[in-house]
Ligand binder design. Structure first.
Ligand SMILES: NC(=O)C1=CN([C@@H]2O[C@H](COP(=O)(O)OP(=O)(O)OC[C@H]3O[C@@H](n4cnc5c(N)ncnc54)[C@H](O)[C@@H]3O)[C@@H](O)[C@H]2O)C=CC1
Ligand SMILES: CCCCC/C=C\C=C\C(=O)C/C=C\C/C=C\CCCC(=O)O
Length: 191
């Protein structure tokens, strides 16, 4: 996929895998909207990436994926600043089964919110140009992580959600495909 000039919105972008996605996209000429609940690290990372890849190519949106209106604002801000949206990467996640309700709300409900918003802002049936949704899940979906059964369950669910959306779009003859790649013990599904 040609990434030059494309705009990507990435959640959990202030650290780890989300930060790696962001830097790679910038390297390949895309513009990125970094979304994260942590505004202190997020602003810092955004400044650093802006200095390296061009300030006009990087935006930080403070956003909690458990809060639909906040998440929606991040999409609106991205559209306002970059005037387009091509790629949504639902990556934010937590792993702590002691706080299982939060874990489900971030890892599963957050991906559902992000997927619905992505269809709303990019869907051809909504007047958009189409686009790509990438959902990150742990390979715990294939080999259960017995130490964290609820974290494991959220990853099973994300895989089911992503496969079902991918197939329903295929049935509707819209442009879509599912590709799985394995990297750092995570699975990235491309819709
Ligand atoms: N690190 C690993 O070995 C693996 C990670 N994964 C998955 O990859 C994804 C990213 O994981 P990592 O980069 O390792 O995590 P990380 O802990 O390094 O980074 C997660 C980022 O998400 C942000 N975040 C947390 N809650 C949020 C919320 N409610 N709204 C917005 N942002 C929020 C954090 O502030 C942080 O910047 C997760 O979905 C995780 O399940 C999958 C397999 C392995
Ligand atoms: C948001 C997550 C932040 C921290 C992530 C750190 C580690 C994540 C690991 C995984 O997602 C797990 C990946 C594969 C594990 C599969 C099986 C492990 C089996 C061992 C066990 O039961 O513990």
């Amino acid at each position: 996929m040609e990434l030059k000039g494309k705009v990507a919105l990435i959640t959990g972008a202030a650290a780890g895998i989300g930060l790696a996605y962001s830097e790679e996209l910038l390297k390949q000429g895309a513009k990125v909207s970094l979304c994260d609940i942590d505004s202190e690290i997020g602003e810092q990372v955004s400044d650093d990436l802006g200095a390296k890849y061009g300030r006009k190519n990087v935006l930080f949106c403070q956003c909690d994926v458990t809060d639909y209106p906040q998440y929606e604002e991040a999409f609106e801000m991205t559209m306002k600043v970059f005037n387009r949206l091509d790629i949504v990467i639902n990556n934010a996640g937590v792993m702590n089964d002691r706080f299982w309700e939060l874990e489900v709300d971030v890892n599963l409900n957050g991906v559902i919110r992000g997927t619905l918003l992505a269809y709303r802002f990019m869907g051809k049936d909504r007047g958009g140009q189409g686009g790509t949704i990438v959902n990150t899940a742990s390979t715990a979906f294939a080999r259960p992580q017995v130490s964290t059964p609820i974290y494991t369950a959220t990853n099973y669910a994300v895989v089911g959600l992503t496969r079902a959306y991918g197939v329903s779009y295929l049935y509707q003859s819209l442009e879509s495909k599912i590709v799985t790649t394995h990297s750092h013990r995570s699975v990235h599904f491309l819709l």
